[in-house]
Write a protein that binds this ligand. Sequence first.
Ligand code: TXA
Ligand code: MG
Length: 367
Amino acid sequence: MVSDDPKGNANCIDGRITQLVTEVLHVDPTNPGMELIARAAECLRAGGLVAFPTETVYGLGAHALDRRALQRVFAAKERPANDPLIVHVTAIDDIEPLVVEIPRVARELAARFWPGPLTMVLRRSERVPDEVTAGLETVAIRVPSHPIAQALLRCARLPIAAPSANRFSRPSPTRAAHVLADLADRIDMILDGGPTTVGLESTVVDLVRRPPMVLRPGAIDAEALRAVIPDVRLRARPVDPGTAGLPAPGMLPKHYAPATPLILFEGDRASTIDAIAQTVRLRRERGQSVAILAFRDDLEPLRALGVQLLDLGNENDPPTVASRLYAALREGDELGVDVILVRNITTDRPLSTAIQDRLRRAASPTP
Ligand code: TXA
Ligand code: MG
C-alpha cells in the first residue's frame, strides 16, 4: 500500500513516500546480531522510525536531531505536540552536547542508576530541537540498559528520541506484538527482542527544580533515589487536564488506558474483593460481561463468580506484577467484555507506587 497523502502522513521521508510496510526483525535480546542492528541504525540515520526493546517498554526511536523524523513520531503515535520526548544515549558523556551543564547530582545518579530505567530532566542546549522538548527549556535523557537498545545506540552513533511505542494514551508496549497492534504500517521497522523485563516506564526525575522532583514514578523507586538525593520530592497527584504549565504532559490523569472501561477498587484486600464480587453480580444482572485483573491469591476466591480472570501475579512480588500489567490490560481489551475490574496493590514494596500510579491512570473513576 502506498500513501497518496504526503501531508500529515507518517510515512513520508524527505518528500518521498515510502511503502507502508513495517518490517519486523527478530533479534536475540542477549546477543544482538550486528547485521540486523546495522540495518536498523541505517534506517534511523535516514530519518526512519524504528521500534526497539528497552528494559522498561518498547520505544519508538527516531534520530533526535532530525526534525522531520521527530514529526513522524508524533504523527505515527497520534501524540499531542506538547508532550516532550525522552532522548536515549549510550553513556553520560554523550549528553554534553544536549545540555547546558551536567550538574554534580546528575553524575551521581548516573553512576548509580545508568544504564537503567532512570530519566533525568536537565537544562537543554540549543542543539536539541523543539520537537523533542515541546518548546520547554529542559530535555529528558536516559541511558537504557537493554543490550538491543545499547547495540543500536552504539551502532547508529546518534542520540535517539524514543517515546513508548504505543498509540497515544494506550497501554505502553511490552512485546513486539503490542507495537505491531498499535503502529503497523505507520513505522519502518520493529526490532523484536521478546518481552521487556521491567514492564513499566522509567522514573522521570526533574533535576532543574530545587529540590529535585519525581515527575513520573517508575522502575526506580523513590526510596532508591533518596540514597543519592535525600531531598527528592514526589509529585502528589495527577494534574487536571487543562492545567497550565504541566511539568510532564504524560502525567495527565487518563493515560495508559485500555479501550474497555476499567474500574479500580481501592481499599484493603477483603473489602475490595467484596466490592468486586458485588459489582460483578450487579453488572451481570444488567446483562453486561465482566473480566477481572486479579492478583494470584485472589484467583481462588474470585473463580466462583464465573467471569474471565487475568492473572497479574503475586501481589507481594511487584516486579512480576509490573512485567504483566500492560499485557494484561491489552488482553482484557481483546476479550471484548463490557467492563474490566481490578483492585489496588496493597503492599508498599518497591515498584508498588508505580503500579498503583498506572492503575489509577488506566481506570475510570469508581462508580
Ligand atoms: O521507560 C521509558 O521511559 C520509555 C522507554 C522507551 O525509554 N519511554 C517513555 O517515553 O516512557 P514516553 O514518551 O512515553 O514518556 C516520556 C515522559 C512523558 O511523561 C513526558 O511528558 C516526560 O517523560 N518528559 C519528557 N521530556 C520532558 C521534559 N523536558 N520535562 C518534563 N517531562 C518530560
Ligand atoms: Mg508513553
